[in-house]
Design a protein around this ligand. Structure first.
Ligand code: XMP
Ligand code: MG
Length: 179
């Protein structure tokens, strides 16, 4: 285990198991829909890569990079698009692939943007869900694991851009982000 972690929440094996299960469900739900999976950079990169390997129907991928407006570490709900999609999503069945849903503000805003672009449907697959953090009534349609209201890193999730490469997920020691 990385020395900056308090404890591991989910091992690489557990994460892969859940990812495979979500891939199977998406394959059934989107058979003949040629879904467009939109990975949200950078946090969702590991989840996206593992997930698509277990989707066995025709599908496409695209990516968006977004950042919360303002300097505050708290989500404001207004997102700035740093990298937009390559193509129109009009009439497409979209699955947003996210690392974690916390307040839900980012997701609510993103979903509005995508619906406004006249997608046929917009659903959300999130590897982690922090239900205690929620400030708007939105939940992922497909979810890997619920997590406690603590700061977690690994499997794409960062603190100051570090730890994204850990193949497992754990709780960061508070002394690391308080110093
Ligand atoms: P919302 O708008 O749902 O934002 O509050 C979700 C985004 O907040 C980040 N986030 C985290 N990142 N560990 C992280 O590394 C966490 O525990 C955590 N909780 C929220 C993340 O960027 C996510 O997309
Ligand atoms: Mg982050």
């Amino acid at each position: 285990m990385h020395p900056h972690l308090e404890r591991v929440l989910f091992t690489e094996e557990e994460i892969l198991e859940r990812t495979k299960a979500i891939g199977r469900v998406l394959s059934a739900d989107y058979a003949d829909k040629n879904p467009l999976l939109i990975g949200i950079l950078k946090g969702a990169v590991l989840f996206m890569a593992d997930l698509v390997k277990h989707i066995d129907i025709p599908m496409e991928m695209d990516f968006m990079a977004i950042s919360s407006y303002g300097a505050s570490s708290k989500s404001s709900g207004v997102v700035r698009i740093l990298k937009d999609l390559d193509r129109s999503i009009e009439g497409r069945h979209v699955v947003v692939v996210e690392d974690i849903v916390d307040t839900g503000l980012t997701l609510a805003y993103l979903r509005d943007i995508l619906m406004h672009r006249r997608a046929a449907s917009v659903k959300v697959a999130a590897m982690f869900d922090k239900p205690e953090g929620r400030s708007v009534d939105i939940s992922p349609d497909y979810c890997g694991f619920p997590v406690p209201n603590e700061f977690i890193v690994g499997y794409g999730l960062d603190y100051a851009e570090q730890y994204r490469n850990l193949p497992y997920v754990g709780i960061l020691k508070p002394e690391i982000y308080k110093r």
